[in-house]
Design a protein around this ligand. Structure first.
Ligand code: NAD
Length: 377
């Protein structure tokens, strides 16, 4: 059986909530919405979207990083398009009230966002941005990392620090996975791979960890049950970390547990060169009103306080996050590809924001956005 992850279906309206946040968030979100509107005009869909405070601006205007009115708007929508939150103004607040923690963690909990998808994309035109050798990345990089986000050692109990009888301190973290948690992340990986090149590499440490032995068994069973045409391989995490820098394009989709994914997805981001180009998606258990996973879509970078308000931010990561939203929460594969191709063509034409310019001529946020709009098919 092969499960489809939705192909472009005719749809009049798409309903999502925008949470631009702080710093460069609002600047890149404005560009992103313009791109979506322009695409809607070409592809005959309408955007139903309202914008709400989150993060530092939420603290300033409502006394909390995630106001109830914002959460309520998210509950009514089919997806969340998120900017980024935080900045120097709120840095001295207690850790629990910090914009990132107080906004993103409750959103993850509310919508059971258990799957984090981080595409590692480097266009061949930007190959010099990668710290990898030029011959390794001459053709660019195109890998998708699927990370389990709510289980494993970060959340397992017991988790504590005790003083032993001899006076030494002892700390314990517990790595736990249940069958259902592995099955649902494997399903996300299968759906993603079916839209790409049909290959999954599951990363674990099954030579040492019990959780990894279960992980490997359940991933194998799930893939065989969901889509027998998927080519599945398994790799130990230490080898995967090495292979990712040796030859990233040997991977199509990597799927892995929480801590391994935390590390590997950051490694993937670094080898792709610029935060301004990297999007991410977090998919939840609840299905939206269209029967697709509810998701939160955001750029991989933060609020970039050093360039905020100057019109210099690279909007590509935000725009590419919107493409992921169309793909995963609205099943609009063709529209998602249109955006991704338009971004690629804009870069191919030589346009560069400061973060990817390498000393050449640069354009601002709006100009890059207009270039993307001009290239939408
Ligand atoms: P950052 O990602 O904001 O910035 C790191 C560097 O990358 C900066 O030089 C910045 O100018 C550049 N950069 C990032 N995105 C860019 C873009 N779109 N275009 C051009 N350049 C870009 O990381 P930081 O400086 O460590 O954090 C700044 C603030 O952002 C902090 O308050 C942090 O907590 C917050 N943050 C938020 C999120 C989130 O909302 N999910 C993620 C990371 C950091």
């Amino acid at each position: 059986m092969r499960i489809a992850y939705g192909c472009f279906s005719f749809m009049n309206k798409i309903h999502f909530t925008t949470l631009p946040g702080d710093g460069i968030g609002p600047e890149v979100m404005t560009v992103c919405l313009n791109v979506l509107k322009a695409l809607g005009e070409r592809k005959n869909f309408e955007i139903l979207s309202s914008s709400h405070d989150v993060g530092g601006i939420g603290i300033d205007n409502h006394g909390t990083a995630l106001p109830e009115s914002t959460l309520e708007a998210c509950r009514k929508a089919d997806a969340i398009l998120f900017g980024s939150v935080g900045g120097p103004r709120w840095e001295n607040l207690p850790p629990k009230e910090q914009p990132e923690r107080a906004a993103l963690l409750p959103l993850r909990k509310e919508f059971e966002l258990f799957a984090n998808l981080r595409p590692g994309n480097l266009y061949s035109e930007l190959a010099d941005l990668s710290p990898l050798r030029s011959e390794t990345v001459a053709r660019g990089i195109d890998v998708l990392c699927v990370r389990e986000l709510t289980g494993g050692i970060y959340f397992g109990q017991p988790k504590s620090t005790q003083v032993l009888e001899n006076g030494e301190e002892q700390a314990i973290d517990t790595m736990v996975y249940r069958t259902g948690e592995i099955e649902r992340i494997a399903e996300i990986a299968v759906r993603a791979a079916a839209l790409r090149n049909g290959r999954i590499c599951s990363v674990d440490k099954a030579n040492v960890l019990e959780t990894s032995v279960l992980w490997r068994k359940i991933v194998s069973q799930s893939v065989a049950r969901l889509d027998s045409s998927i080519e599945l391989s398994h790799m130990y995490v230490d080898n995967a970390a090495m292979q990712l820098v040796r030859d990233p394009n040997q991977f199509d989709v990597m799927v892995t547990e929480n801590m391994f994914g935390d590390i590997l997805s950051d490694e993937l981001a670094v080898i792709c060169g610029s935060l301004g180009m990297l999007a991410s998606a977090s998919l939840g258990t609840p299905k939206n009103s269209l029967g697709f996973p509810f998701g939160l879509y955001e750029p991989a970078g933060g609020t970039a306080p050093d360039i905020a308000g100057k019109g210099l931010a690279n909007p590509c990561a935000q725009v590419l996050s919107a493409a992921l939203m169309l793909r995963y929460s609205f099943g609009m594969e063709e529209a998602a590809s249109s955006i991704e191709n338009a971004v690629k063509e804009s870069i191919r034409s030589g346009l560069r924001t400061g973060d990817i310019a390498q000393g050449g001529n640069t354009v601002g946020t709006e100009e890059m956005g207009q270039a993307i709009i001009d290239r939408l098919s």
